[in-house]
Structure formats: structure tokens, C-alpha cells
Design a protein around this ligand. Structure first.
Ligand code: ADP
Ligand code: ZN
Ligand code: ZN
Length: 715
């Protein structure tokens, strides 16, 4: 008699067909004695299609708990088994099961979303060809590996590094927070820990927030351990390359995996260490589909597999910071420490952190008149600083978190503005190709010759983005060699590396850029950093905006004076209307600890994370009324559902509000926030609520999509 196999396929949580795994019969002609192991990849018929599936365990993680054998009639058979691939491990399956449950997705959706895309499209024969290619590649690379094994250079450890490594060697594997200022040598800690783990024959997973940051970290790991032992996993790879790397990792041929958030699901049979660099970075949260946090899953995975997790940052997220408060220090209601806290408060080589200075815009206006703010891209005293920096042959960095030429065009006679016709947002003026581009829906139109409303020819840019900043600075400093790094100048593959190399090689005097340039880069000759338009984040409706601004400015400051010789003379300037704001005051003292303390106090009083747990229900509809109606119905369902948690005050539903950009591509977006006293309350409630929500949708045909975001990072 054929055996029934449970198979996960990519079906959403609320599909009528399956909330979990589907039943299939073993493929015809299979060996009856060997049941298919959970974690095996298969191809199965689904409707009229053939799709990729994953054999799922009976019981434990399956949702059928009645223990009864499923009926066999009408079941289809598995088409073929991708038997050349060893099954994914039990630990991997448990990671996926946990992520699916926690982020309110079906296990099938989760599992299939995190496998390499190409793996899902190929059959057994194609897979075998890919594996043959992989083995050929490995053989060819073997002689190179021998060369790399020649003793690489390792710097002598600083006293702080030595102490951190000593503590890491103590006791059971746990999660540790490495709180080290910029330039304190955190990477050397990752390298030494990796070395220790590799020596035990185990694998290391290193996560970085952005693809941009992989090449330089890759270079440092390759230099230390040899390029052939290392594989990258991120979405910037071609599908074929990503599959090759994934296979090498899964088969245990790679010892080091370096990747972005998706790499948290890398199948590592000999995992021995997980490193999460810049753990505070919001890029670790997936922003579509299954919205998982790779940082949080890293901590879970570490515990699951009994391996140490190392979270590194100069400005840890407040969630992590609270978890790392030392025992006994009764910090805001939590006496217990979950993570080990390790500190490296000094820069390598006794380099000082750059002095942070605030330029009071009110004083500038009093001196030079208000018009100077429109005429000059940067206040005159700072232009002077830039000139001096240039005269000394040093580099400066100007940070402006807004790309394009100007955020909006306007007509000087009638006041018309370049509103996007499909979104509640302006179209941004890009001078290079004379277009107006919506950064939300992507629509593009050429700049008109005259005002579409009144016909006047005088259309002017309002405000300033990086493109205009570069142009204006170029005019003010004609002898300076300028470069700009933002999403527009780095679109083509390799262009970012090229531009960074120009900066490193000293071919650039003034670097203009968005937050892309603030992160991670080990610039050696920058002595002046200027941050523009930082105030915007002080009064944002998103409660995390100050935390992000502080991290960004600390990071930006960290780009200056990385060479110990120049450190003492290095500065970061922030142009602001609010020089006495506590955030800037803490920044001036490089005092993350004080900043974190005051933020945590505010969060606790306001009942915000990390003291409470949030979820966001987002809905998109053809019109506002339908979106609102959906959320209204959702509220009523919630009240009927879990009245106890709601009335006990453990759970709070906020009224629906329009999303920050309310309309995108003619779709209305409304959201609703849920706040719970604990993760358990939130989980229990969401899982019951989502089961009944989908039924609501049928009554509201204009609702297009809805989704829940657990632990949202932007509100
Ligand atoms: P972080 O990641 O903490 O900002 P990095 O790891 O980039 O700092 O280190 C800053 C610089 O110091 C790098 O150029 C690195 O090569 C160098 N460095 C790190 N540790 C040492 C050491 N023990 N001795 C000498 N130089 C070091
Ligand atoms: Zn006009
Ligand atoms: Zn638009």
C-alpha cells in the first residue's frame, strides 16, 4: 500500500485549500521500505501546475493532531523526488515552522519564500546538472585554497578586543551583544570568533544589513580565511549564482556564509556561530511577503541549534539593549539579562571619536538673513570649513537623506506643484534626465516646458536633494573633485564599488550622499562630516525615528577620523534649528547609553516597544471606504473573539488610520495598530483573528490585499 506524504507547497495562510501541508502519495515505483525523509524537496501536481514542494514531518510541526490516517482516495502522487539533494535538516524545518507561526504565514509560504528562486523551478535532472557544475567548480578552485592557507596577517589584539574574546570563550553558547563604538575593531572580533569555530570544523554565518556592505566584509574574510571557503547569499546575485552558493553551503562545501537578511535561512549542516553586524539596522526586517526579522530569527536559531550568536553595533536597537542589561541592574522593570553585554568603548590605536558640533540655524539666519538658506546649500560657516578641509588635502562627506534634484517642482505664478497623479506624494525632479519621478509608484514623466495649470514658463525646483546639492557645492568649490553616492548613482552592478574605490584612492575631495554612505565604510581620509536636514526625524510620527536618527548620525560621525593621526582634528557638524534637543546633546557626548536610557524611559511611559509588542494590520483597497470598512469589521471581529484579552487591557486595538503615504498607484492604504502586553498574548490573538478575517474580504470586493506585520519597524 502506498504511503501518504505530507508536502508543503506555496499556498497562503488563508487559502481554502490548505493552512499547512497537503497530502500526496509516494511517487510510483518508490522503494516501499524507505519513506521520504522530512526536508526532502519534491515536485508535485497542484491544480494544473507542477510545483516545488517540501516533505514535512507528520505530527510535531504538522497541524493534524488527531493522529488519524488521512483518507487516501483522490490523492495525487508526488511527480518526482529531487533525491540528489540531501534533505533539509530538522533544525531548518523547525526554524521555518517557528518563523511561519510567529509572523502569521503558512509554513509552505515561508519555506518556499526562503529557498533560492531557481531551486523551485528546476526538476531532478536539472538539479543534477547544477550539482555536477558545482563539483567541477570546487575541483578547479582546490589549488587556490592551498595558497590562501599560507599564514594570513592578524593584527595584535587591543586590550579591549582581548577582553571581549576572553569573555566570549566562557561558558555556554549564548547571545552576546558586542557594543563597540565605530572603529573599535568589531570586525576583528568576528574574524577571531570565526577562526575559533572554523578550527572546530564548523560553519559560520555572518549577516550584514545591505548588499553594499557585503563586498568589503567579504574581502576581509577572504583575506583571512581564503576566498574558496566563503560564499555570499543575497538578492544581488544572479539566480544561478545564488543557487550555486546555496548548494555549496547546504552540502557543507563552504565554511563561511556572508549574506543579507535572507541568509538567515541558509541551510548550514555544521553551524557553529551566527554574527549579526549592525544589528540595529532596519534592513534586517523583510518589508514584503513574510515580514520576518533576520536579527530576531538569528537569536532564535542560535538557541535552537545551541550555537553562540554575536550581535554587533555601535548603537544597538533598544530591543537588544534592554535584553542586554546586566543582571541586578534593575532597569525599567526587567531585572533579568537575556544577552551577555560586551563593550568596546575606545577606537583602535587610541583614535578619538570626531568632535560633534551643532550649527544653530537660527544664528545663521540672524547673521546672514533668511534668504541665505535658499541661496546656499550649506550655511556659510560650514562652507568655510569645507574650504579649509580641501586646502589641507583632506576629504569631506555631506549627508543628505533625500535623493533627486528637488523634492518638488512648482509654478511661481499659480503655485502648481508636481503632484503624482496616482499617489498622495510629490514627483521628485531629477535634473540629469529632466524627469519627474514618483518614488512611491515609480511613474516617470518628462519635465513640462510650462505650467500645466496656467501656462507660465517659470517652473522652479523647491527644496534640495543630493543631485542639486552636488551641483551647488560644485559651483561653490570649483576646484573640489565631487562624487555622489545614492540609489540613483549606484543602480548598475559594480558602480558603487567603483565609486567607493575612487574615494578610498583619494580621487574625491567632497562626497555627497544619502544614508548609503554613512554605513560601515572604512574611509581613511575623511575628516569633516556635515549632516543636513536631520531635524526632520525629530518630529516624525514614527516613534522609532529618533532612535534611527541617532544611529545614522553616530554612524556618519564614525566615517570621520578613522585614521588615528587625523582623529583629533576630525569633526561632524549637524545643521539644526534645535541645538538644545536632548538627542543632539547626547550625540555631542557620543553618549549612546544616556540616549538609550532616556528613550527607554519615554517608551515605557508611552507603553511602546520594547515594553509592549506591536502588530500592524495593513489593508489596500480601491477606495478609502472599503479599506476603512474592512478594518472596522476587523475590530468588531476582534471584540467578539478575544474579549478577555481586550477587556483585561492586555491587548489594545487602535483606530484605523491612513498610511503615511495614503495613496500609491491609485490604491488606498489604511492601517491599524495592535498593542499587546506580551508576545504570547499577541500570538494567540493574531492566530485566531486571522482565521476569521479572510471571510470578511469576500464581502468587500474593493479590498485588494491585506496583511499583518508582526513587530513592524516603521509605523
Ligand atoms: P568597527 O567595525 O568597530 O567600526 P573595524 O572593525 O572596521 O571597526 O576596525 C577599524 C579599523 O581598525 C580597521 O581598519 C581594522 O583593520 C583596524 N583594526 C581592528 N583591530 C585592530 C587591531 N587589533 N590592531 C590594529 N588595527 C586594527
Ligand atoms: Zn502655474
Ligand atoms: Zn506615484
Amino acid at each position: 500500500m502506498p504511503t501518504v506524504v505530507r508536502v508543503l507547497v506555496d499556498l497562503p495562510r488563508h487559502s481554502r485549500l490548505a493552512a499547512g501541508a497537503l497530502d500526496y502519495l509516494e511517487p510510483p515505483g518508490a522503494e516501499p521500505a524507505v519513506p521520504l525523509a522530512p526536508g526532502t524537496l519534491v515536485r508535485v501536481p497542484l491544480g494544473r501546475r507542477q510545483v516545488c514542494g517540501l516533505v514535512w514531518p507528520h505530527g510535531e510541526h504538522g497541524e493534524r493532531s488527531d493522529g488519524e490516517a488521512p483518507p487516501m482516495d483522490g490523492l495525487k502522487a508526488i511527480t518526482e523526488v529531487l533525491s540528489a539533494l540531501p534533505p533539509l535538516s530538522t533544525a531548518w524545518l523547525r526554524l521555518v515552522a517557528f518563523a511561519a507561526a510567529y509572523y502569521q504565514r503558512s509554513p509552505g509560504e515561508m519555506a518556499l519564500a526562503v529557498l533560492p528562486p531557481e531551486l523551485k523551478d528546476i526538476d531532478a535532472a536539472q538539479l543534477e546538472r547544477r550539482l555536477r557544475r558545482l563539483h567541477k567548480g570546487l575541483k578547479a578552485a582546490a589549488p587556490e585554497a592551498a595558497v590562501a592557507d599560507a599564514r594570513p596577517f592578524r593584527p595584535d589584539l587591543s586590550p579591549e578586543q582581548a577582553e571581549v574574546l576572553r569573555q566570549l570563550a566562557l561558558g555556554e553558547p549564548v547571545t552576546s551583544l558586542l557594543h563597540g563604538v565605530t572603529g573599535s575593531g568589531k570586525t576583528e572580533i568576528y574574524l577571531r570568533e570565526a577562526e575559533r569555530v572554523l578550527a572546530q570544523g564548523r560553519q559560520v554565518l555572518v549577516l550584514v544589513p545591505e548588499i553594499n556592505l557585503t563586498p568589503q566584509l567579504e574581502a576581509r574574510f577572504a583575506q583571512r580565511f581564503g576566498a574558496s571557503r566563503l560564499r555570499a547569499l543575497h538578492s544581488g546575485l544572479t539566480p544561478a549564482q545564488r543557487l550555486q552558493n546555496w548548494l555549496a553551503v547546504h552540502l557543507g562545501h563552504a565554511d563561511l556564509v556572508l549574506g543579507t537578511r535572507l541568509a538567515i535561512f541558509a541551510p548550514l549542516p555544521r553551524l557553529g556561530l551566527i554574527v549579526v553586524d549592525e544589528e540595529h539596522d532596519p534592513s534586517y526586517k523583510q518589508q514584503e511577503g513574510a515580514r520576518y526579522s533576520a536579527r530576531d530569527l538569528a537569536v532564535y536559531r542560535g538557541r535552537l541549534e545551541g550555537v553562540p550568536v554575536l550581535l554587533g553595533s555601535a548603537t544597538p536597537s533598544l530591543e537588544t539593549w534592554l535584553n542586554a542589561q546586566p543582571l541586578g541592574e534593575a532597569v525599567q522593570g526587567r531585572a533579568q539579562s537575556r544577552y551577555r553585554r560586551l563593550a568596546m568603548p575606545s577606537r583602535i590605536g587610541a583614535g578619538a571619536l570626531p568632535a560633534v558640533k551643532l550649527l544653530n540655524l537660527a544664528e545663521v539666519v540672524a547673521r546672514h538673513g533668511r534668504s541665505v538658506l535658499y541661496e546656499m546649500p550649506i550655511a556659510p560657516p560650514l562652507i568655510e570649513r569645507m574650504k579649509q578641509c580641501l586646502a589641507r588635502g583632506e576629504q569631506s562627506l555631506v549627508l543628505l537623506n533625500r535623493r533627486g534634484y528637488a523634492p518638488v517642482l512648482h509654478c511661481t505664478s499659480c503655485g502648481w506643484k508636481s503632484q503624482c497623479s496616482q499617489c498622495s506624494a510629490w514627483r521628485v525632479f531629477h535634473k540629469i534626465d529632466r524627469t519627474l519621478r514618483c518614488h512611491h509608484c515609480g511613474s516617470v514623466e518628462p519635465v513640462m516646458r510650462s505650467c500645466p495649470d496656467c501656462g507660465d514658463m517659470d517652473i522652479q525646483p523647491l527644496g534640495r536633494g543630493t543631485e542639486r546639492l552636488e551641483e551647488q557645492l560644485g559651483a561653490l568649490l570649483p576646484e573640489a573633485r565631487m562624487a555622489r553616492i545614492d540609489a540613483d548613482t549606484t543602480r548598475t552592478r559594480g558602480s558603487l564599488e567603483e565609486q567607493l574605490a575612487q574615494v578610498h584612492d583619494g580621487h574625491v575631495d567632497v562626497l555627497v550622499g544619502t544614508q548609503m554612505v554613512a554605513k560601515g565604510h572604512d574611509f581613511r581620509r575623511i575628516t569633516l562630516v556635515i549632516a543636513l536636514n536631520a531635524d526632520a526625524a525629530l518630529f516624525s510620527q514614527d516613534f522609532r525615528a529618533p532612535e534611527r536618527l541617532f544611529a545614522l548620525l553616530m554612524q556618519a560621525a564614525g566615517r570621520a577620523g578613522r585614521d588615528a593621526e587625523q582623529a583629533a582634528a576630525s569633526e561632524m557638524w549637524v545643521q539644526t534649528w534645535h541645538p538644545s534637543h536632548p538627542l543632539y546633546q547626547a550625540l555631542q557626548r557620543h553618549d549612546y547609553v544616556a540616549f538609550a536610557r532616556s528613550q527607554l524611559e519615554e517608551r515605557q511611559i508611552a507603553g511602546l516597544p520594547p515594553y509592549t509588542h506591536l502588530a500592524l494590520l495593513r489593508v489596500e483597497a480601491r477606495d478609502q471606504a472599503s479599506a476603512q470598512a474592512f478594518l472596522q469589521a476587523a475590530t468588531e471581529l476582534a471584540e467578539g473573539l478575544d474579549g478577555t484579552a481586550l477587556s483585561a487591557g492586555e491587548l489594545l486595538l487602535y483606530p484605523p488610520v491612513p498610511a503615511q503615504v495614503q495613496r500609491v498607484a491609485n490604491v488606498e492604504r489604511v492601517q491599524m495598530l495592535l498593542e499587546a502586553s506580551s508576545r504570547a498574548v499577541l500570538q494567540r490573538f493574531l492566530s485566531a483573528w486571522l482565521d476569521v478575517l479572510q471571510a470578511q474580504r469576500a464581502a468587500l470586493p474593493k479590498v485588494l490585499r491585506w496583511a499583518v506585520d508582526v513587530d513592524p519597524v516603521s509605523i
